[in-house]
Design a protein around this ligand. Sequence first.
Ligand code: GLA
Length: 698
Amino acid sequence: MSEFLTLTGGGTQLILSARIGDRPSIVHWGPEIAGSSPVELHTLSARTHAPGGPEVPITPSLLNPIGTGHPSPGILLHSAGKEWAADFRVEEIEDVSPSHKVIISRDTVSGLRAIHSFVVDTETGVLTAFTRLENPGPQAIAIESCAALCLPLDPRLTRLTGFTGRWAGEFQTETISRFAGSYLRENRAGRTSHDCYPGLYMGTDTAAERHGLAAAFHLGWSGNHRLRVDSGSDGKVSLQMGELLLPGEIILGQNDHYTTPDLFAAISADGYGDVTRRLHEYCRSNIRTGIARKRPRPVHFNTWEAVYFDHSPEKLLSLAQQAAEIGAERFVLDDGWFGARRSDRAGLGDWVVSADVYPDGLGRIANRVRELGMEFGLWFEPEMVNPDSDLYRAHPDWVLQADGAEPIASRHQLPLDLTRSDVFNYLAERITSIVNEYGVGYIKWDMNRDIHHPGDSQGRAAVHRQTNALYRLIGDIRAQCPDNLEIESCSSGGARADWEILRRTDRVWTSDNNDARARYSIMRGAAHFLPLSMLGNHVGPAKCHITGRRFEMHFRAGTAVLGHMGMELDLDQETPADREILAAAIAVHKQHRTLIHDGDYHRLETPSHISGAGAVSRNASEALFQIAVLDQHPTTHPPVVQFAGLDPDRCYRMECVWPEQLAGPASTFAGSALMQYGLQLPQCWPDTCLIYHLEAQT
Ligand code: GLA
């Protein structure tokens, strides 16, 4: 077999060098270089001795262990403080298929085996890579860190966009220029986190939405993580993403193994927009669950901002009736239906229907919701307990804790230790029995605090095991419930929205912030990694509960059209006219949701006070764009906005479908004119959401 392994797909190429006995390495990852050979690229990459440096220049390998002289190791290991230098050499290669290769290497020092898996998706070119470590020897080996892969990058990728934020302000982007040294993001929240989303975009100095070399990286993991990009003094740039392991978390005894999370990477010569579309397509076909693919995403009514903890069956029945009338297809009963949960201070963990609030159980509501033609959904926060609960009183030892460290109060709750079988079995039993008893079709699975003290009952750090136990718990519950059960991943809004949780859940609650103006940057940020079909977007009350700002219904409702639409507001507080506007927006969403959810997503390049994005069907025969004016125009007249993704050679019938008062007669324009010349926006106030539908003429 040749020394080189080449994987190609979707115009992307990965060339690996894997000669038996040598260190494995990556020769090229990037857009396919037509007509080139791996040998040629390998020869072109050869470096000569640098004065003052090692005789033979240090070349990067797949994990860059300390023993190889690389300045930014992707793995740290030792055996009781010794054997901390490692040197992995290729032992075996598995040529699984043209798009899937496995390199098995062995550390000449500790004997540890590293199994590196690489798959390049044939459609989108998305690379999926992980490393599995196996200890065949009798000596215990502590793994302090192990990246999924150290991926050498094209040094022309000088711009770096990270994703940050907070509760009610998730998925904010921060773009910087790469600098000498390490760009490092570390997450110790015990969940995917609000402030450090495990994703990164990079591009050249001139890359933009539709041109230039651009790339994106994502780590599919819902626990702690570390992301870094190292710009070395030798001019090499490399990226690592992996789990952030706490002290002593992974110690491999004989025959034990550790597998890193998956690293996903996409690259394109056609700009950031193309990178996003590759990720969306990959996510829709490979990550999204089968259930979510099967049917249109139902419009939600969620009770949280309508009633909070003030549940009364009569009020909820009336809300259900009104929600169904305006077009809701799923009714989700949020927090407050169980135990003594009349506020966020008590009852969490007691998964029994509150007899005080629902003397007849939930059956009456669940059945009425179904009679009204909606699906019944229910909120759970399985991983947590209020100290003021029957569960905690009976089992104070069921929580995660760190010996000697004082618990940190956060939303009056503590994380349960899912690695314990009694905790795991209790949760699985309670949730499946409630789901099966009430015919629950949808779980809103919440997780509302960071885990500061993730120690198990033996005092060992347990985020890795806790995260895997969570995955298993969801799997067990799914196995014991009807096949069509859907699950939403919520974590104080969008703090758990990585691709690994989305392999087992169907939707993300993007943010608790339903402020229509704030929602644009949140949705736009999240859509860098997640398709719109997975991103919950709800219409909130006139006065936003998070920001106190007031918005007209046209703006609130139009905003929620682009996403997985829903609402969470007290419909009794809305005027009849506003309820009608909301019903009209839901109708627009339903009419176009296949396009919105399955079409190609395009961000428009606009001035910063305008947000523009939309979906174009695969064959470019139809498109829907949402253009929101978020502030006063700096000029007397609004700007011109160019559309994207259309066929320049076809003519499109363009119609403004939102807001209704601006909806004039449709006109027809060439795709080229709409994309190159652009549309002069109409005069309108700030906080206006315009939606245009375009249809190619035959
Ligand atoms: C979190 C969620 C909200 C809501 C509350 C209930 O904050 O993000 O949507 O479910 O919990 O307590």
